[in-house]
Design a protein around this ligand. Sequence first.
Ligand code: ADP
Ligand code: ZN
Length: 214
Amino acid sequence: MRLILLGAPGAGKGTVAKKLTALDGSVQISTGDILRAAVRDGTALGKQADAFMKAGDLVPDALIMGIMGERLLEQDCANGFLLDGFPRTIPQAEELGNLLTKLNIKLDFVVNLDVPRDVILDRLTTRRTCSNPACQAIYNIKSMPSKVDGVCDKCGSPTIQRDDETEEAISKRLDTYEEKTAPLANYYEKIGLLLNVNATSSEAVVKAISDKLA
Ligand code: ADP
Ligand code: ZN
């Protein structure tokens, strides 16, 4: 499958993407994960992205397009891909459209995960992520706690709150989302590619997507 997953931070894009990859071997491509890895490794890209990310701002379009232009050429994309966290702005969507046309790749559709703001806020402040870069398992202290508080079930590393998951950064990320990314739903609706999903459970979202693909 070849899908774009749209939705506010905390809408569940990552969780849904992971479940979908298990269905047919499509790869999840998360620009957030790529950027966090670059910051951790101290690469040139990471150095440029770090301050934007900590503040809850978007990283400039040119940097993101550079990443994605290369990523979509990698072999593993041949089996399909789930774009998680990209595109985030109208210019990114337009450039992605050009890129896909050039590569002769057709999207199946664009999924918009429509989740109320209070649900999102609650999810983000209670989210914990495994600190082991090779694992990055996600937990929620209310709805999906690790067996031992603060310790990853999968690898035993400490679970942490991301730098950009303080109340202040979260509220900034949600505002940025409303302003820059929410208009993409309308953009894809107009070109007939949008599937809007209101479900709050990831299983129900995966089902809606599978039904539409069938
Ligand atoms: P979430 O969806 O939980 O906000 P992500 O992991 O997708 O988080 O992204 C984390 C941060 O990385 C964003 O707040 C932003 O600074 C940056 N980022 C990720 N993807 C993009 C993108 N497509 N365009 C611009 N910035 C991005
Ligand atoms: Zn772990």
